[in-house]
Design a protein around this ligand. Structure first.
Ligand SMILES: C[S@@+](CC[C@H](N)C(=O)[O-])C[C@H]1O[C@@H](n2cnc3c(N)ncnc32)[C@H](O)[C@@H]1O
Length: 316
């Protein structure tokens, strides 16, 4: 059987040990995927996982690990079921943004459960571990003198808190459309000790022209673009917010169904083109998918990350 923890358990894997014990006991079929995630880079995985879980326990208490794992398994199962329906239908379920707003984003219990599930996918899905490593190594560590970081659609806030951990001089402003996101992201920032460097506002990402133009030294926006009916507008907003020459990090899902995925990207080049059409130069990309997919699948679910730079003076 797959093993998540090494035989010599290190003090730094306290929460991972709890997570493994819980998964082994309650959700044994989820263990193999978590082992895959850890094998990407065991030391870094442990650091990210322990950090995220420490924050969550500070917010929710010791029961957080088990409760989050339950949310994660519910979320992953729902994603897998959506993918099965997508394979049959050949397109995403016919949701509009308004449907998602009414059925998910403003439904507190459902949205809380969803956000805590998503929180764990950032490192427990193997291809998402790769993305957070890419985010850290290729984006965060190469940013220079970032005073203002804007996070669009922080959800649970984990990405932003992890960014502030690496950028001690930086202040974050986050905008999300869901009250649950604002609440949980604020709690995570408090737990991480960054309350005085972060604030969140309830706002639609597509109405951020009201925020001062050229005001951000960096922008991050993870897993929002596929939730939008007009994804090009998001790229325009990122352009609006960034100072010329500064960099953004964006992730999106391709041929990966989920109850609230509206815009179906089929090719990596579509995201690149949207960025380029909106004044952003694409510096680096990463695209990855789950190691195991449905038998005879027509669609390979992928997650793609882009590091983009706002063009200066319209120079190509
Ligand atoms: C899948 S979650 C992503 C959370 C987090 N960024 C991550 O990658 O784990 C999508 C988030 O986008 C938010 N969202 C959806 N539509 C939005 C919009 N039009 N403006 C702002 N936030 C939006 C949702 O409330 C939710 O917090």
């Amino acid at each position: 059987m797959a093993t998540l923890t090494p035989s010599r358990s290190l003090p730094t894997t306290k929460y991972l040990d709890q997570l493994e014990a819980y998964v082994r006991d309650r959700h044994p079929r989820s263990l193999a995927g978590i082992v895959e995630a850890r094998l990407n880079d065991p030391a870094r995985f442990e650091e990210i996982a322990e950090t995220f879980m420490e924050w969550a326990v500070a917010v929710r208490g010791e029961a957080a690990i088990g409760e989050m794992v339950d949310s994660f398994v519910r979320f992953t199962t729902s994603v897998n079921m959506s993918q099965v329906r997508y394979e049959r239908a050949g397109h995403y379920e016919n949701k509009t943004f308004e449907d998602c707003l009414q059925s998910l984003y403003t439904e507190k219990d459902e949205m809380d459960d969803y956000l805590w599930g998503v929180y764990l996918t950032n490192f427990l899905w193997a291809h998402h571990t790769e993305i957070i490593l890419f985010f850290t190594e290729r984006y965060l560590k190469r940013l220079d003198d970032v005073q203002t970081l804007i996070e669009i659609a922080p959800g649970h806030g984990g990405w932003g808190a992890y960014a502030l951990k690496h950028l001690p001089q930086t202040r974050l402003v986050g905008y999300d459309i869901a009250p649950s996101s604002i609440e949980i992201a604020t709690q995570i920032m408090n737990a991480a000790g960054f309350a005085n460097r972060a604030r969140y506002e309830l706002k639609d990402a597509l109405n951020l022209e009201v925020v001062e133009a050229n005001s951000a030294d960096a922008v991050i926006c993870n897993f929002l673009i596929e939730h939008l009916e007009r994804p090009e507008k998001l790229m325009a907003v990122i352009n609006h917010l960034l100072k010329p020459g500064q960099k953004a990090f964006l992730t999106g899902a391709l041929t990966a169904a989920q109850i609230d995925h509206i815009y179906e990207f089929r090719y990596e080049s579509e995201l690149v083109k949207l960025a380029e059409d909106n004044g952003l130069r694409v510096l680096e990309t990463f695209s990855g998918g789950p190691r195991r997919t449905l038998p005879n699948a027509k669609f390979l679910p992928r997650s793609m990350a882009l590091i983009m730079q706002k063009r200066q003076n319209d120079i190509y």
